[in-house]
Design a binder for this molecule. Structure first.
Ligand SMILES: C[S@@+](CC[C@H](N)C(=O)[O-])C[C@H]1O[C@@H](n2cnc3c(N)ncnc32)[C@H](O)[C@@H]1O
Length: 490
């Protein structure tokens, strides 16, 4: 079966990108909130299983040069792309291996962080089981694994469509390209559902819109791959326990807390649920959840869900806030996720503009506390600030990390762009930024970014680019935009 998968990914590569929710800085921050003491990322051994072309692993290796990162994937075509990029980046702390992780498992050693994004549901059940057994055997004592999987009930409409599309001859049609025929079929079903009354068709429309917004390579591997095994959360938790592992939290922290579900509903669910697995499964039903991203550790570790804000003290925070509205009697701010939150707290009102100004660079919580104190002219209670930051995190209004990232939030005299983005920018508008996110550049941003090797001052850039840009001011504007998009290291 591995040969079928290998051929499939060799024939059509997966549209891999960096996933912020898999970043060890995020995973360790959430694990710390739940009472764990995860290993420091700076010197960690990180393994990504099913790493495709390394799009997710290479930026981690580039940001933490003292870490040791290993990626493994069945498909040589994808791994070869990664090898070429490693050479250009001259990265010494990352290795990509072509092969089946089950066969290589024993010689890989132990790991502080294991990342398996898009693997568990996408491989035969025996291989998925082996992933858990591997985590049990080879996670370091306080190590963390990230495992994503398709889940129920939200995956069920896609499961039904998958069954239909995989029936014999179903992919034959007007076009010679079977995937184009599948796309047309999905589009037709989507459009018909949009006209049907009731709640179920609208769930189907939402589900198909997500699918169809991605390229064919995504839904071919996600919907129509030879292997696809969604798993309910209780079943996943049972398999973890069988392998002496346990669930810590979802790496989308707000999902673990059930943000988006009305408080009254949540309280009712809490009153009937006997444990976290039951509560989160009920929450999955409420939101018709189709995808989970579980942080997992060894069973012996004590997980404490009291979420003591004290645990945030040593962390770094990045505001994900778009703007503030102050109409005199009402003060509110808008998150980048489009949520508006109104607060009436002096310290928080001082903290939000500092976070906006500092973006996208992470700010140590103690530095934030110090800056807030200076602004309001009195010492502040750091525990109170930590409580606020935790609340912001639960709304996805901030990102938390246990280590800083080399992000520069303003262009220096001779600006330096993130090398990985500069290299990718030579041939594409799609690049990775220092926040471990995917960014689409404008043509002007791309043209400037690729020149930012730290040898050119702003006037020199203006001279070199005078055929394309009218003034130095234009260049400064683009540099500021690149800084805002977390693409500058200096
Ligand atoms: C759905 S893709 C996900 C790729 C990437 N992790 C992402 O999410 O963008 C699954 C990947 O797992 C790889 N894979 C499947 N079985 C594997 C195995 N036994 N050992 C190593 N890699 C495997 C495939 O080659 C493919 O690149």
């Amino acid at each position: 079966m591995n040969d079928v998968l290998r051929e499939s990914y060799n024939e059509l590569a997966y549209p891999a990108t960096p996933y912020p929710q898999t970043h060890p800085g995020r995973l360790s921050a959430i694990a710390t909130l739940f009472g764990m003491k995860p290993p420091s990322i700076q010197h960690a051994r990180v393994l990504e299983i099913g790493c495709a072309d390394g799009s997710n692993l290479l930026p981690i290796a580039a940001s933490f040069p003292h870490s040791e990162c290993i990626g493994i994937d069945l498909s040589e075509r994808q791994v070869d792309v990664g090898h070429r990029l490693i050479e250009r980046l001259e990265l010494k702390n990352v290795e990509l291996i072509t092969g089946d992780f089950v066969k290589h498992a024993d010689r890989l050693g132990s790991f502080d962080y294991v990342i398996a994004h898009g693997l568990y549901s996408w491989v035969p059940p025996a291989v998925a089981e082996e992933l858990l057994a591997f985590c049990h055997r080879q996670l370091s004592p306080n190590g963390i694994a990230y495992i994503s999987y398709n889940t129920l009930p939200g995956w069920s409409p896609r499961g039904a469509l998958r069954e239909l599309l995989l029936r014999e001859d179903r992919l034959r049609g007007e076009s010679d390209d079977p995937w184009e025929n599948a796309r047309r079929y999905l589009q037709t079903v989507r459009d018909a559902s949009a006209k049907a009354p009731g709640a179920f068709p609208s769930l189907l429309v939402a589900s198909l819109d997500v699918m169809l917004s991605h390229p064919a390579s995504y839904w071919r591997h996600d919907l129509l791959e030879a292997e696809q095994h969604p798993v309910s959360f209780p079943e996943f938790a049972k398999r973890l326990a069988h392998n002496q592992l346990q669930y810590v939290a979802d790496s989308e922290f707000h999902a673990t807390l059930g943000r988006g579900i009305p408080t009254e509903v949540l309280m009712t669910l809490q009153s009937v649920a006997r444990d976290r697995v039951e509560l989160e499964t009920l929450m999955d039903l409420m939101v018709f959840r189709s995808f989970r991203q579980s942080i997992v550790c060894r069973k012996q570790i004590a997980i404490d869900g009291s979420l003591d804000p004290e645990r945030l003290r040593e962390m770094y925070v990045t505001g994900l806030i778009e703007g503030i509205e102050d109409s005199g009697d009402r003060w509110s701010y808008r998150t980048t996720r489009g949520i508006t939150l109104a607060e009436n707290d002096l310290e928080l009102r001082a903290a939000i503009p500092i976070l906006i100004q500092h973006y996208p660079a992470p700010l140590r919580i103690v530095s934030l506390a110090q800056q807030v104190s200076e602004k309001i002219g009195k010492a502040i209670d750091i525990d109170k600030l930590c409580r606020w930051v935790l609340r912001l995190f639960s709304y996805d209004a901030v990102d938390l990390q246990t280590a800083t990232l080399p992000i520069c939030n303003h262009p220096t005299e001779c600006p330096i762009g993130f090398l990985l983005a500069r290299i990718k920018g030579e041939s594409s508008l799609e690049v990775t930024n220092l926040r471990h996110d995917h960014v689409t550049l404008t043509e002007s941003e791309r043209a400037i970014l690729v020149l930012l090797d730290g040898t050119r001052s702003v006037p020199e850039l203006a001279r070199e680019m005078k055929a394309s840009f009218n003034s130095t001011q234009d260049i400064v504007q683009i540099l500021n935009s690149l800084a805002r998009r977390a693409l500058l290291v200096g």
